[in-house]
Design a protein around this ligand. Structure first.
Ligand code: IVH
Length: 706
């Protein structure tokens, strides 16, 4: 959606266009986040886009838009609640992402105040609570309204709802005549989990994270719903005042505490940027055990006289800054290591974590890859995490970016329990008890149980029905588990005999939980529809180790029919001779894959199971594409970004029909990258590798005559 051109290389026209896009995208994201309590982009991506917007504005000040995202906070109040105009606007905080940013903040402030860099200046440092801000206006000690931030100057009146929150007092004694207390409404982790469990039970909306749950709970038109939701409030600032609360930030907060508000016990006074950074680290370490979400640390100049001198920019105070935690990292405790057994028998260790919110998502599992990884060794024997091993009970740093599976980035040895022992990787399969073998040169230990291992059998079946394989409507992972557990389907062939065995009058299936007459009938029909299957899909569905989707297509294209394929693999069994040479001569099929194929077919039980399956099917032969005048025959192409004239699946099929190989990632072997709007790292990598990059139209032109 935005270009990735370096700011200094942007032309004025490009900058103008990008500022326009950014204004639209950020307004939309803002509205989704504040107005509807359902964020559409991650907090980190939002911050990145906002930073890019202000960087472009800094370079082209004259192009700054009248509706610039830099001048906006929150979004306009939603319909349904009455409006409140804030006497003192509710502002936002500027962000810092590194230690240097904090040092600069201190330098900037001292310069503004005419102080020398070495002069003393005190700051408060406190957690930045990830909830939603609320302003509570008290007059003569009584709450007159509670309002959200809204767009900063006009918010929503949520007084009735706020009064259901135990930590918001309705009356104050010894308070200034006018006092606006500002703070954050949030939901604690325990409460979030039980709320979601209840919601799930009642078939109601499940919240993605505690912030959304807090916002959704507070902004209820019916205050009784809010009352039933366990919300809390931390006070950390104030708006309008009829008289000062105290001479310093610290004492003002103490005063709010005396008046009956909850304030955060992790607030500290720091006399230097170094002390601020140290307190930031202390808070970051405690993040996972606080019991509520925080996303950074806020520093504020302690002296309120100096705060007044420093004043405000358009939307943020000069006297405060939010030091954000890296969006993708969080510390938590590793409670257990469990072993999952995959389709090919691989024993994969998984870390069970004390749940922690990383970039807006609650993470409770992380991959540990294999036994060496747990020891602190990579696949080539090199050291990772400075050689620190991972033990149950350890304090670990979780890393999660985009959609990747969370990983453990670091271990804090100083927090290791004294009785923590090195993890002993099992040498038997936890599912079937068979010996688990780690072959020379393989990082992975595998269960040798084959088809007798229930975990392997179920995973194989799930793979068999998956989207790129048989893709049977109504037969997904959940149903497979159910059928397997009941012994109705124990191998792929039995999918095709299900109706004959249990479909009589449909009553057996339809009497099962979750199945009715219609769904049973539909399932049998869906299975029938897939009895005829293209050879490449069947090959992929077999789930043979190393044989993925593209290798299956190559094999199908090379051998054409199941009979030819089967005979060839049989003939290649010994790993020598013409059939073997022919197999490994296929571009894209290596020795490892070839070995895996022949050894699968050489195992009697495996082979018998495949034969039973094939007997049920009608396998379509693969016609070799006529790539006579194709300009892309034999070329490796990668699609990235959004395609506008066709779907990804269509584009891929068309490229393959022209003899091109479609790959998912850019490497030195890539010939052409087709980049639609929104192309990111793949385009950058392709540029770096000097690979031809075409847009969608360029690609269509290229293949138009083929
Ligand atoms: S002070 C004048 N202190 O973060 C600004 N804000 O990103 C007064 N927030 O709008 C805000 N914890 O909703 C302050 N300890 C804290 C905070 C905090 C969370 C929120 C608040 C603010 C937003 C800015």
């Amino acid at each position: 959606m935005t270009s990735e051109i370096a700011i200094q290389d942007l032309s004025a026209a490009q900058a103008e266009a990008e500022l326009e896009t950014l204004a639209t995208v950020l307004a939309k994201a803002n509205n989704a986040y504040h107005g509807k309590d359902t964020p559409e982009i991650s907090d980190a991506e939002y911050d990145r886009l906002k930073k890019r917007n202000s960087d472009i504005e800094a370079r082209f000040p004259s192009l700054k838009r009248h509706d610039s995202p830099s001048d906006k906070i929150g979004s306009a109040p939603a319909e349904g609640f009455s409006k409140v105009k804030h006497e003192v606007p509710m502002l936002s905080l500027s962000n810092a992402f590194s230690d240097e940013d904090i040092i600069d903040f201190d330098i900037r402030i001292k310069k503004y105040l005419g102080l020398a860099p070495a002069d003393d200046l005190k700051y408060t440092a406190e957690p930045k609570i990830d909830g939603l801000s609320l302003s509570l206006r008290y007059e003569r000690g009584s709450l007159v309204y509670a309002a959200t931030r809204g767009d900063g100057s006009i918010g929503e009146n949520l007084t009735e709802n706020a009064l259901t929150i135990a930590s918001i007092p309705a009356h104050l004694t010894d308070a200034p005549e006018v006092l606006e207390v500002r703070g954050e409404v949030y939901m604690a982790h325990d409460d979030f989990e039980s709320l979601n469990a209840r919601q799930l039970d009642q078939g109601a909306k499940v919240f993605a994270n505690p912030r959304n749950a807090a916002a959704g709970s507070l902004r209820q038109l019916d205050a009784e719903i809010t009352r039933a939701r366990p919300l809390k409030f931390f006070a950390y600032a104030w708006g309008a005042l009829s008289e000062p609360l105290a001479p310093t930030q610290w004492e003002a907060i103490k005063r709010l505490e005396k008046l009956g508000f909850s304030t955060n016990s992790l607030t500290a006074i720091c006399a230097s940027p170094q002390a601020m950074i140290a307190h930031y680290q202390t808070i970051e370490q405690q993040r996972a055990t606080l019991g509520y979400d925080i996303d950074g640390v806020v520093y504020k100049v302690n002296d309120l006289g100096l705060q007044a001198r420093l004043g405000f920019r358009s939307t943020t105070p000069r006297w405060a800054i939010a030091h954000k935690f890296p969006a993708e990292l969080a510390w938590t405790r590793l409670d257990d290591i469990i072993i999952q057994v995959g389709r090919t028998g691989a024993l994969s260790p998984v870390a069970k974590l004390k749940p922690v919110t990383v970039g807006g998502v609650v993470v409770s599992n992380a991959t540990l890859h294999n036994e060496d990884y747990i020891k602190g060794v990579d696949s080539k024997g090199g050291v990772i995490r400075d050689g620190k091993d991972i033990r149950i009970g350890d304090w670990v740093q979780v890393y999660r970016a985009g959609d990747v599976i969370p990983k453990i980035a670091d271990v804090d040895l100083s927090q290791r329990p004294s009785d923590a022992k090195p993890f002993v990787f099992p040498t038997t399969c936890p599912e079937c008890g068979s010996y688990a073998l780690r072959e020379e040169g393989d990082a992975v230990r595998r269960c040798t149980g084959g088809l007798i291992c229930p975990a392997q059998a179920v995973e194989k079946l799930k793979h068999f029905v998956s989207r790129a394989a048989f893709d049977i409507d109504g037969l997904g992972a959940k149903q497979i588990e159910q059928f397997y557990a009941d012994g109705w389907i124990t191998e792929p062939a039995q999918i095709f005999t299900l109706e004959a065995r249990y479909g009589m009058g449909m009553h057996q299936l339809k009497n099962r939980e979750g199945w009715g007459d219609k769904s049973a009938r539909k399932l049998f029909q869906a299975i029938e529809n897939k009895r005829t299957i293209p050879l490449s899909r069947l090959l992929f569905a077999l789930g043979i180790r190393h044989v993925g989707e593209s290798a299956s297509k190559l094999l199908a294209r090379h051998y054409g029919t199941w009979t030819a394929f089967e005979a060839a693999i049989e003939a290649a069994r010994d790993g020598v001779g013409a059939a073997w040479d022919d197999l490994i001569s296929i571009d894209g099929i290596g020795k490892v894959m070839a070995q895996s194929l022949v050894s699968t077919f050489a195992q009697d039980a495996e082979r018998a199971s495949i034969d039973r399956l094939v007997a049920e099917l009608d396998i379509e032969a693969t016609v070799r594409p006529d790539v006579g005048n194709s300009p892309v025959a034999g070329k490796t192409v990668v699609f990235t970004g959004t395609l506008e004239k066709m779907t990804r699946a269509e584009a891929k099929a068309r490229a393959e029909s022209l003899g091109a190989k479609v790959s998912g990632s850019v490497s030195a072997k890539t010939d052409i990258l087709i980049a639609g709007p929104g192309a990111g790292s793949k385009a950058t990598k392709a540029t770096a590798l000097g690979i031809t990059i075409l847009d969608e139209d360029g690609w269509l032109d290229l293949i138009s005559d083929a």
